[in-house]
Design a protein around this ligand. Structure first.
Ligand code: AMP
Length: 408
């Protein structure tokens, strides 16, 4: 499909050309025409597929056709789970909407509320928001929903896993029911489907399979290694990559800090982003990574969604994620929208169950490559993507506070 076949305005098409896009990605080809027809849609797609443009572009066009601003009123609302994603979606709106003359704003928690109140005073066409801050603003009459025609829920599964279910219910009670609603989620859990049933009217359903993205565009492989040798292996792999940038995922905030320190000691310019860092530090580290000042960014899963880093050549899973879907999100940070990338996982024997869940989700076995000098003493079994047999329940023991998943 070509851009001009989607039904978008010349202004948006020009913005795509200016961004260097040559053709729509699959999620854009499938979603944009339906949104322009006024349909509710439920889209299963993760970041990296070009999904942001698939809702921003048609909504900008629909708003242009019908755009009046009134004080504190908004015409379209995009709800996202994290500040990083909020900022990124807002940037996309500014980019795709350069020729539209529409006003967009972004609000999220962890920063002063008053500048956000000011930005809403004259009304905005399109608001990007995290749920908690939006409710705060609503309770202070800084935002009103009477003129709301469009609602987008981005990364709905993340929204639920981060515990925003209550905020979502509160918001849904105050949003007008006559509206067009689009919902995006990387995975379609029972909870997500339940939320979709509450939100959407007779939706068209679109699925962009994770296997497609992960398998086609990203060269994925894993290196079996003993847990205590992971850091040394990481250093060896990074040394081989020379000055290439890499995003490294760990499972714990402490793990991120320890690893950053070790890489720094080894002479790499490394920085971490995780939930214990302030918003300002997270943004600074991310920007320094984007501009190339920092070579290695180490993140927990907070970093696996919503990060838009152009040309990121390699993602490394220092720890396999606890939730299999997060693997897909992490890997989706590279090989974005028609580019190729590499995803390497360092896997130790104790991570076998996690590996099995990931391979089951992908419905494929991740290629193994042993790195010379790092063959593990504790072998990582082959999973062949077969479901694990149910284990009999053991009697509960008192919990120990173990340092899970940190660098060994
Ligand atoms: P998203 O999945 O929305 O986070 O987008 C991932 C990346 O794909 C972003 O860097 C976009 O700028 C880029 N992108 C979006 N649409 C296209 C397209 N049609 N062709 C090439 N890149 C695109």
């Amino acid at each position: 499909m070509k851009f001009h076949e989607l039904g978008l305005s010349a202004g948006i098409q020009q913005a795509f050309v200016d961004a260097g896009y040559r053709k729509p990605t699959p999620v854009q080809s499938k979603t944009i025409p339906l949104v322009l027809q006024g349909k509710d849609v439920m889209v299963a797609a993760q970041t990296g597929t070009g999904k942001t443009a698939s809702f921003v572009a048609p909504i900008l066009d629909l708003l242009t056709a019908n755009s009046r601003r009134r004080s504190n009123q908004i015409n379209g609302l995009i709800l996202v789970p994290t500040r990083e994603l909020a900022i990124q979606v807002h940037q996309s709106i500014k980019g795709y909407g350069t020729n539209s003359g529409l006003r967009a704003a972004v609000v999220y928690g962890g920063v002063k509320i008053s500048p956000q109140m000011m930005s809403l005073r004259g009304g905005v066409h399109l608001l990007v928001a995290t749920p908690g801050r939006l409710l705060d603003l609503y309770s202070q009459n800084a935002v009103k929903f009477d003129q709301l025609n469009f609602l987008v829920l981005d990364e709905a599964d993340r929204m639920l896993s981060l515990g925003f279910a209550d905020e979502m219910s509160q918001l849904l009670r105050v949003l007008p029911s006559r509206r067009q609603t689009l919902m995006f989620s990387a995975t379609l859990s029972t909870q997500v489907k339940k939320l979709a049933a509450q939100l959407l009217k007779n939706p068209a359903e679109i699925t962009i399979s994770p296997e497609h993205i992960a398998a086609v565009q990203v060269n994925q492989w894993l290196a079996p290694v003993d847990k205590k040798r992971k850091t040394t292996l990481l250093l060896a792999l990074l040394a081989k990559k020379g000055s290439q940038q890499a995003l490294v995922f760990v499972n714990t905030k402490k793990g991120a800090e320890v690893l950053t320190q070790r890489l720094t000691n080894a002479g790499f310019s490394a920085a971490a982003i995780h939930g214990d860092k302030s918003q300002a530090v997270r943004l600074r580290n991310l920007n320094e990574f984007k501009t190339g000042k920092v070579q290695i960014l180490i993140g927990t899963d907070i970093a696996s969604r919503g990060l838009d880093i152009g040309n990121l050549p390699v993602v490394i899973n220092f720890d396999l994620p606890k939730v299999a879907e997060d693997y897909v999100h992490r890997v989706g940070r590279t090989g974005r929208a028609n580019k190729t990338g590499e995803a390497i996982s360092l896997v130790s024997a104790d991570e076998f169950e996690k590996l099995r869940s990931i391979e089951q989700l992908l419905q494929e076995v991740i290629r193994r490559e042993s790195v010379e000098g790092f063959d593990p003493g504790h072998e990582v079994p082959e999973s062949n993507g077969v479901p694990s047999p149910r284990k009999p329940k053991k009697p509960k023991k008192p919990k120990k506070h173990s340092k899970s998943g940190g660098p060994g």
